[in-house]
Ligand binder design. Structure first.
Ligand SMILES: [Zn+2]
Length: 483
């Protein structure tokens, strides 16, 4: 059926799926209600009454997917073009992501993160035929097709990972993420207290852990993990505002933990009493000899400018002196397991993480800091941070990857000279890819071809072999879930 505008109108049953009446049921069960049953049930009706808003097509979808085209794809899935969503957090760079996407940014808005995933807060949109569908709704309608039955069961019907391009000009909060056990009990506790999912007093948004990996696309600065004990010892004894809190002549690990706990629990007046003279001294020193990005003092001053108000110093500043300052070169990455404190300070990278929103903050933020919960998840491991390099991916000449213990994701980089090809077999799980440079054609079975260029993204459903052929020297990052 064609409308006057030439748009195809799906038949009523599938139109219900397109306009939300049917997928709303499916979508809601996918969006993990707080007290959901552990096992995901397909097409379970969560609410008999569907809210009017969910009857409508999602605001950002451009055209509904034609029913027959969807059914055809569902029967014999093929790669899809996808369009990510942008988060305009205040710390975002105003140029990098707009340039990547080929978008003008006349108001100089911050473009902090480009999200590629099925997260209901900002799902990417997949093109099927001439229509678009949000990935969380596509998950609701065809989850096992996208993920494969095994991964679909294993991840309770949720897309296993979220991939982002992140571009920061200002430091992000110091944070750590819980392990699965801590997330399950913390989430149950918050539910038991009757806190709404978006209540700012809530510390746990879901019952999942959130391992993450950041791969630098340019020089990328971060804080990560406690410094080696002897370094912490030297630093603490060099700073009078810290040294009087330490009883031992030589700092022990236990002493370091006690120091951090004490700093995080100090009354605000006491925080100010210590940080005001310390920061003043650093600023004076900075006038004589400018600190650079390799100096923690540089970041302490930047963070103080950003987060402290005259009468309230941000206690996260203490961490700048206790955590490792890391500089990642392009191509290097860092993996963050549970319990590891970190803060991204500046730079652009590809980030991939398990599909969770559990963040326990430790300062450098105007948001709530749940000190007790943060202290309960930190592992307090000391030492130099491990920097990951790309390693050969299953013997490929064109594809490299980072090796991490994460079950939910793997991040690979494909580099192709003009005319070169990369073939990926059908043993991988669901994949999301983004072209960071160049032009290529992606071929898969059924003769479906996608022409892709810089800034464009794609989705490969589970088990679909494909071939990428570069029409111009190309760099592609691909996030994969398990098969
Ligand atoms: Zn994090």
């Amino acid at each position: 059926m064609q409308t006057a505008l030439g748009l195809s109108v799906p038949p009523p049953r599938v139109r219900a799926l397109e306009d939300g009446t049917e997928s709303a049921r499916v979508g809601e069960s996918y969006q993990t209600p707080p007290c959901r049953k552990k096992r995901y049930t397909r097409f379970r009706i969560v609410n008999a009454r569907i809210t009017p808003a969910l009857r409508l097509m999602s605001k950002s979808e451009q055209l509904p997917v034609d029913a027959a085209t969807f059914e055809e794809w569902n029967r014999a899935p093929y790669p899809l073009r996808v369009r990510g969503g942008v988060q305009h957090y205040a710390w975002g760079n105003t140029d990098v992501i707009p340039e990547l996407l080929g978008q003008a940014n006349p108001k100089h808005e911050p473009f902090a993160e480009l999200w590629l995933g099925a997260h209901p807060d900002l799902p990417a949109h997949a093109t099927i035929g001439s229509g678009e569908i949000a990935l969380n709704r596509l998950m609701g309608a065809a989850g096992p097709v996208l993920l494969g039955e095994r991964a679909f069961e294993r991840f309770d019907g949720a897309f296993p990972f979220l991939m982002k391009i992140l571009s920061a000009t200002k430091p992000l909060s110091i944070q750590a993420h819980p392990n699965t056990e801590q997330a399950e009990s913390g989430f149950a506790r918050d539910n038991h207290s009757g806190l709404d999912l978006d209540d700012p007093k809530r510390s746990y948004k879901d019952d999942k852990h959130k391992p993450e990996l950041i791969s630098a696309l340019e020089d990328f600065y971060a804080l990560r993990g406690f410094r080696p004990l002897d370094e912490v010892d030297r630093t603490v004894h060099d700073i009078p505002e810290l040294s009087d809190l330490v009883a031992d002549r030589t700092l022990t690990h236990d002493g370091m933990v006690k120091l951090y706990v004490k700093l995080m629990q100090l009354p605000q007046l006491e925080v100010n009493r210590r940080l005001i003279p310390l920061m003043q001294r650093l600023r004076t020193a900075n006038e004589n000899r400018k600190f650079g990005k390799a100096d923690p003092e540089y970041w302490a001053i930047r963070a103080d400018d950003e987060f402290s108000r005259d009468d309230v110093k941000d206690r996260g500043l203490f961490s700048v002196f206790l955590l490792n300052l890391v500089r990642l070169r392009p191509g290097q990455a860092m993996y963050l397991p549970a319990g590891e404190p970190h803060s991204y300070l500046e730079g652009t990278g590809v980030e991939i993480m398990a599909n969770s929103n559990n963040v326990l903050r430790g300062g450098l933020t105007p948001k709530r800091v749940d000190v007790e919960e943060l202290l309960s998840v930190l592992t307090f491991k000391c030492g130099k941070p491990t920097v990951l390099e790309l390693e050969s991916d299953r013997g490929s000449d064109t594809r490299t990857r980072y090796l991490t213990p994460a079950l939910e994701f793997e991040l690979s980089r494909v580099q192709l000279n003009s005319g070169e090809s990369d073939a990926a077999g059908g043993t991988r799980g669901v994949q999301l890819g983004i072209v960071l440079d160049g032009k290529l054609t992606l071929n898969s079975r059924g003769g479906s071809n996608l022409d892709l260029e810089r800034g464009q993204s794609f989705l490969i459903p589970y088990g679909i072999p494909y071939l990428m052929s570069a029409r111009e020297t190309a760099t592609i990052f691909v996030g994969s879930g398990p098969g």
